[in-house]
Design a protein around this ligand. Structure first.
Ligand SMILES: C[S@@+](CC[C@H](N)C(=O)[O-])C[C@H]1O[C@@H](n2cnc3c(N)ncnc32)[C@H](O)[C@@H]1O
Length: 414
């Protein structure tokens, strides 16, 4: 993958919001979005991944498959041979599996990693042994997972740096037992993000802790949309519904130095993790986090509790259809909070709650920015037509890297 190829791929990124450019009379919205994506991608000039090894691929482009999901930016699917690409499925979290695999996974509880390494085990030898074991046990991305584990134990944060360390170095006893310990977790289908305890989202490194939802790469695009739409020094009052680890809200605070974010989550673990990540990043003074479940009831109570009206509501809410929950990969099913995923029969429970609250929470003409399933945009539009009393209009849909409508902008229009 070289820069010009990335550029060509990135230029194929389309969003059907052409009228923004003319109506706002400033930089073309699509250009701004592309520019922002390119800027953040090349900020650190990551080394190009070679077809033979995914070791040098930028970390954030690899993380999706490691947690057992099926979506990756199209542009990397040809150069990272280890990445499987599926465009057939509608939902990013669903994993195509061989019919028998799920039941085998369920029977497989916690593996004990008994085959010990030799006392003179080298870095490359350990990687190879893990890789072989993972392959045998049908662990997705066996090569990258093996490298991540050994790199982590050696204190190397990026796989690109790992490729540069002496592969013939002999592991110490402590290092060997730590590698085996982490490998056992991987064999028990613990996502790599939880094993490592941290993961990158855009420019931030966030602490990860089960069962709080692991941020997915496509959600970076939701942040990109806002970064492209607003000015850097806009004094935005932002409400995030369902903050999880804080990925979206903290990224927005990082990008908009004058913004304030109020974040809600129905999970106490998520609230605590967002607070911890905020304090690690030094942005706690512009963030307030609340343990609150946004439901159909008491919108006025929520309004009076936070006492302000927001310019923006942003959310990557739970949006899976309940019937799709069974199709989730074992990494997700066994480790991530189902409340972060399951949003009722139509996957719309939390989306509807957000829309119902909008007129109490947003300033007039304020926006709701959502990540959704690709089926939802049509459903949301129809539902809004049936419910004019909410005074919310559907403005636009935006595509993800696989050309599916995944993000939308709604507006409170009293
Ligand atoms: C898909 S996760 C997104 C987390 C994070 N924003 C991200 O993108 O990584 C959805 C989050 O919404 C929270 N949640 C689910 N239902 C909720 C509700 N009714 N009110 C507030 N938060 C809710 C979940 O606990 C979970 O943390």
């Amino acid at each position: 993958m070289n820069r010009s190829r990335y550029l060509a791929s990135a230029l194929s990124l389309r969003c059907n919001s052409r009228h923004f450019a003319s109506s706002r009379g400033k930089m073309d919205f699509r250009e701004k979005m592309l520019w922002s994506k390119l800027k953040s991608t090349f900020r650190d000039s990551p080394p190009a991944p070679s077809p033979a090894s995914s070791a040098a691929a930028p970390k954030h482009f690899l993380n999706l498959n490691i947690i057992g999901t099926t979506r990756y930016p199209k542009l990397y699917s040809t150069s990272c041979s280890s990445l499987r690409c599926s465009h057939q499925r509608l939902c990013p979290y669903l994993v195509p599996r061989r019919p028998q695999q799920f039941h085998q996974d369920q029977r497989r509880t916690c593996h004990s990693w008994t085959s010990s390494f030799s006392e003179r085990e080298t870095v490359s030898g350990a990687v190879t042994k893990l890789m072989e074991k993972f392959e045998k046990e049908d662990i997705p991305e066996s090569d990258v997972s093996a490298e991540y584990i050994v790199a982590h134990v050696l204190g190397v944060r990026q796989l690109s740096e790992f490729a540069r360390i002496d592969q013939s170095r002999i592991l110490s006893t402590e290092e060997r037992s730590r590698v085996m310990e982490l490998a056992s977790q991987k064999l028990a289908r613990v996502p790599m993000q939880y094993i490592l305890g941290e993961w990158d989202f855009r420019d931030l490194t966030l602490k990860m802790k089960a069962p709080v939802f692991i941020p997915r790469p496509e959600t970076e695009m939701l942040v990109d949309l806002l970064v492209s739409y607003y000015e850097e020094d806009d004094e935005l009052d932002i409400l995030e519904v369902g903050c999880g680890s804080g990925a979206i809200g903290l990224s927005l605070l990082h990008e908009f130095q004058k913004a304030h974010v109020t974040a809600l989550d129905a999970s106490r673990d998520a609230v605590m993790l967002t607070q911890e990540n905020a304090s690690r990043l030094g942005v706690s003074n512009r963030l307030s986090v609340h343990h609150t479940t946004l439901t159909d009831e008491s919108p006025l109570r929520i309004h009076s509790k936070y006492g302000t009206r927001y310019d923006v509501i942003v959310s990557n809410p739970p949006y899976l259809f309940t019937r799709d929950m069974d199709d989730l990969g074992p990494e997700i099913l066994r480790n991530e909070d189902p409340m972060a995923l399951d949003a009722g029969a139509e996957g719309m429970d939390v989306i509807k709650a957000i829309v119902k609250h909008a007129r109490f929470l947003l300033k007039p003409r304020g926006f709701i920015w959502l990540e959704t399933d690709t089926r939802h945009h049509q459903m949301i539009q129809e539902w809004l037509v049936e419910h004019p009393a909410f005074s919310v209009q559907f403005n636009d849909s935006f595509l993800d890297f696989t050309d599916r409508t995944r993000f939308c902008q709604l507006q409170y229009a009293p």
